[in-house]
Each structure stands twice: as structure tokens, then as C-alpha cells.
Write a new protein. Sequence first.
Length: 491
Amino acid sequence: MVRMNEWLVPSKSTINRITLIMFALLFTSNICHVTNGNSTNDQDDVHLDHQSRKDYTNHSVVKISETNIHLLFEPRNSSNDHSEHEILWFDNVDRNAYVRLGPNATARVKRDIHRTGNPIFLTSNLQSWIDAEQGLNNNHNNIVHRTRPQSSSSFPTFDDMIEEDSVGTTIRNVDPLMPEESHRSRIIRTFILNQYYPLSKVYQFLDDIEDRTNGITVFTIGHTHEGRPIKAIEILNNPSDGRFIWIDACTHAREWVTVTTALYLIEQTIVHKVPMNFIIVPVLNVDGYVYTWEKDRMWRKNRRPYSASRLAVHNMPDRCNGVDLNRNYDINFGGEGSSSSPCSYLYQGPHPFSEPEVKAVSDLLAKNRHRIKMTLSLHSFNQLWASPNAFTTARTKDHEHHMRVLKAVQQAVASTNGVTYEIGPLGASLYLGSGFMMDWIYHKLGIRDAYLVELRDKGYHGFVLPAKYIWPTATETWAGLRAAIRMIFNV
Ligand SMILES: [Zn+2]
């Protein structure tokens, strides 16, 4: 039997000593340094009314060939405003990039469509997608009226196509992106699983489960930069067996479907009494997740402010918020697919384990590395189940084993809702990234079965995935997890 407090004792591992040495070395490099966390002069909030959320009206999402992506952007000397464009995703299969453009960039690209690489507009009004998502949360039974995007007739958008689909058929009385039915938790009957929830509701669900179920403990693994607890749920379905499976979600704040999926996995592992023990963290990047609900739906990193050297990033603001928590682990730190600029959405942090969220998780995993036999990190989007390595295209010594597991996963996922996810080592399948949690777990902790899944979709809605997809995403991920457990543990 594992007791809760065993997970909480700070680790004295060599990893911490290495961290201290790395900290000492890197802190002298003068690339960037930590600023006072309470400062209010926040560059990220330039476009924010402090009482309201960032408005993405007239921001567009476009799809463009990777080779033409530079044509979208202004020449260097006029591109100071980094809120005007953001690369959301690269599709390495069809060699396209998905890019968010601010209102000015949108107007410029539309005006000069041929000279800017002929991008395809998926939406001209990202805010309409966010509004639809929010509307579902405010009242599940209300009809949600989506704002018609302001696009010129010569540039049809994805939203326009949806509108046109309905012309001449029937007038819909429900939003096409709204779930057709509500799926209630079998443990907490008032809780609807296919709906997005703010942090307080997520944590309430964990506490309610703990109150009503035996063998469940909710505990805090550590605190965020802004002082919020990072909560985990321990599910002891097989207390006499010391083996655990670790699952984390929402390392990247805007990946909301990872949270709803994690809640469904919690529900299913309890209801179906899967004979394994689990530690599940449904929201790892707690500050970032709260920020996506209260300020900026498209936020990715944590919220810790850092100063940037003017010399290193001369055309960027002096100060930016946030470290990419999946670039902050001690594995090929600072290598390809990460950034040393605090203003980059891939900022790796000043040194490995610099962020309190990553420190909390890595301490717990390191201390319990002999008990944790499998890990799964939930991300979105891309529809891919992946294994190490992320930092190199080189194969690991366990490649054949990983692929056997992933093939079983792929089959189970596809047979659930008919959607086939890609499988493979992350670096060779999708993109290279350094400082990844999955790679660190595999290489530094020696846990063979470390995986990462990129959930739905393939880029149309991306991070702003409509609520109607919460349920299929959750159910197929559960099927994949169940198949992996069967394959690895034979249970
Ligand atoms: Zn992610």
C-alpha cells in the first residue's frame, strides 16, 4: 500500500544536485534572468483590458505551405508586434503551417493575397470559435449563435463553408459544434463530462470523487509560480501491486481537450476497476490554464515573468511571461526545438527544472521512478501517439517494443470512432523538441514505457476544439490507454 505522503517527500536525488550546478553555470550566462514575479508591467497584457479577456475578433487562422511562410510576415524592421502573428502548428505530412494572424496582418495578407503565398483562410474571426466554445459552457441547453466572420466574398473561410452547407437544406436549431447529448459522470451524476471547465470545477470534481469513492486520494504535488496548488488524484485499484501509471494533462495551457480527456480517464479507470494504480494530474500548468479562462484563450506557457536581454532579442519586448514547461526538463536542454528567448512560445527557461511546476513533477517522478512503470502525457493537437525520442530522430533501444505498443493503441483508437492517429517516435514523426518530459522520463529515470499523445484535431480548429469533439476524443483515448496497459502489463 502506498500512502499519500510518500509521494510528497522532497527528493534528494542526484538530479537536484545537477540542477544546482546547471543553475550556477547558466545564471552567469546573462541570457536572461528571473524578475520579480509581482511586477505588473506585463508586455503580454498590452492588448488586454485587465478586467476582460483578450479579444481575437478579426484575427484569422490561415493554412500555408511551409516554403511560403516567410511571405506572410512583414520585413523584420516592422515586425515588432509579435502579437500580430503566431505559428500554431506544422503539418509535416502535407508540409503546411497553420498560422494565426492579427487584424493588421490579416488585412495586409488579404490585400496582397498573391504576394503573401496564397494562404487558405480557415477562419477570419478566431473569436467566433472561442465564443462558441464559451457559449457551450455558459448554458449547455442554449442555442449558440456564432458570429459571422467579417471576410470579403473573394476569400471564403471555413466558417463561411459551414454557413453555406446549411443553405437550402434545413434551418438548424442547434449549433453544429455543440454536442448532441450530454454524457454524465457515473461517479458524480451532476457532472457532465463532455463540457469544458475552469480550474475550480476541475478541482471540485476531484474532491467529489475522493469523498464518494474508496481508494482515492487527492493531494497536492507542489505549487505554481503564482502559488496555486497542482493537484493529483491517486487511484489505488490494486493496492497490493506496487506498480503505478502516471498521466498528466495541460502542460500547455490552451490545450483544453487534454483536461476533459484526463477527467474521463480518471472516471474510466475507477468505474472499470482497471487492476493497476494511477496518479493523474489533469492540469499541470495551473496558472496558464487559469489565464486561458480569464485573459487569453491562446496562452501556452506558464506565467512566470522573465527579462530578456536587449542585445539578445533586440526587436522584442524587454520582458515576457512564461516558460514552455515541456522544454524545461534536463534532457538535451536548449537544443533544437526550443528557444532561449523569454518572448518565444518555446522558451526553455534559464536552466533545467527552473519552473516550480516542472520541479514538482520531476521530483515526484524521480523519487518514485521504480514504482512508476508507464507514463502518458496528454497534448493537443495533431492526432499522434508518440514514443521517445523527441530531441533526435535517432531510435531508442526500445524502438521495437514502443512500436508494438503503439500499433495496439492505434488499432484500438481507430476502432472506437473510426479516426486513425499516426504513431511513431516524436522527433521522427512530428518535430524535434528538446527538454521534453517524455525524453527525460525515458532516458534519465529509465522508465521504458514513456509516451505522449497529441489529441484531436488535425488543424481546422486546433486548440479551440469545439465541445462536440470532447466525447469522441476522450473515448478513443481511453481505448488507446486500455490497449497500451493490456500490451505492457498483460492486464
Ligand atoms: Zn502541448
